[in-house]
Design a protein around this ligand. Structure first.
Ligand code: DGL
Length: 278
């Protein structure tokens, strides 16, 4: 049970992902609620999660949540579709702070965006196999046609910085042609790494397909959650590198270069922790 009175409004919000993908959610949270401070963890030593079993992802997630709780975060955002799809239901029962994932907000945004009811979902193998997007989308519209496609090469392409590259174009064309042939009008970027190759995906599917990035709706939902618990920060928005804290399980320097190019809000530094200790 969450004890509301124990949550400190000036504590940071914990945000995590398997690697750099969750930064696309961080970017949106900073845009929409700039007075909040964030504590990010990227599991750079163990990325990718999307090809691993549910048990492994659950074990990793428990360690990360324990780390975030040890840092006294006031809320947690699971900035990873894979974790939201396979582990969030169980983790929700175990944590002592409010927690949200990215799948439900993505579902909401997609159901509002589609006009012909044919929705494509691209995500990791684990997220697609969980069938979570189709399950929730069909609860909103039982006639919706949901076409899922696992895109396992996208995460390593992004983690290796090949955001604008002929190789990424080629892979995108292969992954997306089937969805295009089936007449989708909406495509959910169901992995937080994918907004980083948004322009490649947009070029491949063309203007007739609306791309849905669940990060926008997730930040909105986070804002509502903080208000529900009465734990919004009263601090004035301020920019700068020391407002947010970044932790990784490996290669802090590589993460810093990447994060600085994604967030563009000042020089940021990351610290390595041993996540296996939690
Ligand atoms: N960014 C994550 C997601 O949203 C995980 C990608 C991975 O590690 O495979 O699914």
């Amino acid at each position: 049970m969450i004890k509301y009175e124990d949550l400190d409004p000036e504590a940071p919000i914990g945000v995590f992902d398997s690697g750099v993908g969750g930064l696309t959610v961080v970017r949106e949270i900073i845009r929409q609620i700039p007075n909040e401070s964030l504590l990010y963890f990227g599991d750079t030593a163990r990325v990718p999660y999307g090809t691993k079993s549910k048990d492994t992802v659950l074990r990793y997630t428990r360690q990360i949540v324990r780390f975030l709780e040890s840092q006294k975060v006031k809320a947690i955002v699971v900035a990873c579709n894979t974790v939201s799809a396979v582990a969030l239901d169980e983790i929700e029962k175990e944590v002592n702070v409010p927690i949200i994932g990215v799948v439900k907000p993505g579902v909401k945004a997609a159901s509002q965006a589609t006009r012909n009811g044919k929705i494509g979902v691209i995500a990791t193998k684990a997220t697609i196999e969980s069938n979570i997007y189709a399950t929730y989308l069909k609860k909103i519209d039982p006639n919706a046609e949901v076409l899922g496609k696992a895109c396992p090469l996208f995460v390593p392409l992004v983690e290796n910085g090949l955001l604008e590259d002929p190789v990424t174009d080629e892979i995108a064309a292969r992954y997306l042609s089937e969805l295009m042939d089936r007449g989708i009008d909406t495509l959910v970027l169901g992995c937080t790494h994918y907004p980083l190759i948004r322009s490649t995906i947009a070029r491949t599917v063309g203007e007739g397909v609306t791309l849905v990035n669940p990060a926008y709706e997730t930040a909105l939902e986070l804002k509502a959650l903080l208000s529900q618990y009465g734990i919004e920060s009263k601090e004035r928005p301020r920019l700068g590198s020391n407002k947010h804290r970044f932790y990784v399980s490996d290669d802090a320097q590589g993460f810093e270069v990447f994060a600085n190019s994604v967030l563009k809000y000042g020089i940021l530094s990351a610290q390595v922790i041993n996540i296996e200790n939690y």
